[in-house]
Design a protein around this ligand. Structure first.
Ligand SMILES: Cc1cc2nc3c(=O)[nH]c(=O)nc-3n(C[C@H](O)[C@H](O)[C@H](O)COP(=O)(O)OP(=O)(O)OC[C@H]3O[C@@H](n4cnc5c(N)ncnc54)[C@H](O)[C@@H]3O)c2cc1C
Length: 459
């Protein structure tokens, strides 16, 4: 059967690999000049690494299972990582229980309340009621004002930018659940992982599996329109019109609304418009490390970026030409005009901020600086977000939608992506063969909504 997949991000590529392995004739169509989507890589001057920082958590069982399937799990390396906190122009390490107990900015009572918050959040399963309250309101109730002002607010700013104040408590609940699973229980120490060679290695292996099974990946080809006929689902690009028996779209719902013929896609009315977060991320390549922390959360509004990610504390510099990689992200709404400012602007202001935070850092150690940005990273999970996500269904059983826009109770991460691919394949994938025989012998096309979960919720 001819299967078309729109988008060569992790969702599209992992799914394409499954169909190719099952003997279908798979074609992935990708607008960019290389696969990977948000998890793609860049040339940082003599070596390639992830364009945006990515790590794997010990609890990312779907991702780890996928690496096993790919036969590259022995390329997975784990490292003990450290968390820093920048406040009042000082850096503090809060990487172990002992350090946390010594952390000077919080009273003993606040520390106890913080420990309770972690435990409490990690035990909550019914996330729905958390949608009605903001992160900040919920944290003030559970953790207390001191923890919120000194610890949670900087962390939320680092993750979401100034829009954090409108985000529901589901975000912080899913974040605590995910991050706390990165701690080794015996040592209470955080461990994070990566695959040698970064996501490029993962995508190279997926690509090889797809091609070895007879599949095709078409790059530099934007899908402009999706229509249908008796012959199949038609995917129109400036290069040609492809005809498939089944098509799975992995691009965001608002992209699909522009490219899929109106009568084929039923996008439900949302209670309000879904806003997206974008990110600008400066990547600084240096001869010496800037920090030994994996992440430094920043409680200082004069610093223009929202966190410091010391990637070389997780990955060996053997991966990066002997150089050190530091990512400086700043999250903001995708409609924020600041996202459009020049590379020069971000280079200059972010490097000034870096020098302020690390006065001993010698700028002559910088080898190169790169500005990367993504306009639509993830939807802003505001109050009652799950009721705002427009439901998506298709009016043709041969057209399917699987994308991260539908995640309602999880942070955006690849473990969720692989989980969604596996669930989709179990629920819908196996019926492709039967559907093909139905569609080739009759025109009795029924609505695919009963087979495709339109909102993906875990737990
Ligand atoms: C700064 C940052 C840090 C992150 N850190 C982590 C981390 O540490 N751990 C983790 O697990 N995850 C992390 N993530 C999340 C991870 O990158 C995403 O979960 C994952 O990349 C989503 O994959 P996707 O395939 O669903 O979407 P995407 O990667 O967005 O892929 C969609 C693809 O569709 C293509 N496309 C769209 N429209 C069209 C069209 N009309 N025609 C053809 N092609 C089209 C796009 O070009 C793109 O390649 C991070 C993301 C960011 C931005």
């Amino acid at each position: 059967m001819r299967v078309g997949i729109i988008g060569a991000g992790l969702m599209g590529m992992a799914l394409a690999r499954k169909y190719a392995a099952d003997g279908h004739t798979v074609t992935v169509i990708e607008h960019a000049n290389q696969p990977g989507g948000l998890a793609t890589w860049s040339d940082f001057g003599g070596f390639d690494w992830d364009r945006f920082y990515h790590v794997i958590l010990p609890s990312d069982q779907q991702t780890i299972g996928f690496l096993n399937e790919l036969g590259i799990s022995d390329e997975l390396e784990w490292n003990r990582t450290y968390t820093g906190f920048y406040v009042d122009q000082k850096l503090h390490s809060i990487s172990s229980n002992a350090e946390f107990l010594k952390f000077p900015l919080l009273s003993f009572t606040s520390k106890i309340r913080l420990g309770f918050t972690m435990l409490y959040a990690s035990r909550i399963n019914s996330w729905k009621r958390l949608e009605a309250i903001t992160c900040e309101q919920w944290l003030r109730k559970i953790s207390g004002n001191e923890n919120v002002d000194k610890l949670w607010k900087p962390l939320l700013l680092a993750k979401l930018g100034p829009s954090y104040s409108r985000v529901s408590a589901v975000f912080i609940w899913s974040y605590i659940k995910r991050m706390f699973s990165a701690r080794d229980k015996s040592a209470s120490a955080e461990h994070l992982g990566h695959v040698r060679g970064g996501y490029k290695s993962i995508f190279n292996k997926i690509e090889a599996d797809i091609k070895n099974a007879g599949g095709t990946i078409r790059l530099n080809e934007s899908v402009m329109r999706v229509s249908s006929s008796d012959e199949g689902v038609l995917v129109h690009t400036p290069k040609e019109t492809h005809v498939f028996d089944h098509v799975v779209c992995t691009s965001p719902t608002n992209v699909l609304e522009n490219i899929v013929d109106r009568h084929l896609l039923a996008v439900g009315k949302s209670a309000g418009s879904v806003e997206y977060l974008g990110v600008v991320c400066l990547v600084v390549v240096t001869k010496k490390p800037i920090t030994d922390f994996y992440v430094v959360n920043i409680a200082d509004e004069t610093i223009p970026f929202t966190g410091v990610i010391g990637m070389s504390s997780v990955i060996d510099t053997k991966n990066t030409g002997g150089y050190y990689l530091t990512y400086l992200p700043r999250y903001m709404l995708s409609t924020d005009t600041e996202l459009e400012k020049s590379d020069g602007y971000f280079r200059e202001t972010f490097l000034q901020g870096l020098t302020k935070m690390f006065p001993d850092f010698d700028a002559s150690e910088i080898v190169s600086v790169h500005v990367n940005r993504a306009i639509k990273v993830q939807p802003l999970q505001v109050l009652n977000y799950s009721s705002m996500v427009p439901s998506v269904s298709t009016n043709d059983d041969r057209l399917h939608v699987l994308n991260t826009s539908q995640f309602v109770n999880a942070t955006l991460n690849n473990n969720e992506v692989i989980g969604a691919v596996n669930r989709f394949y179990e629920n819908v994938g196996s019926s492709f063969v039967e559907l093909a025989s139905v569609t080739s012998t009759s025109n009795d096309v029924t609505n695919g909504i009963d087979k495709v979960p339109d909102k993906v919720a875990n737990g």
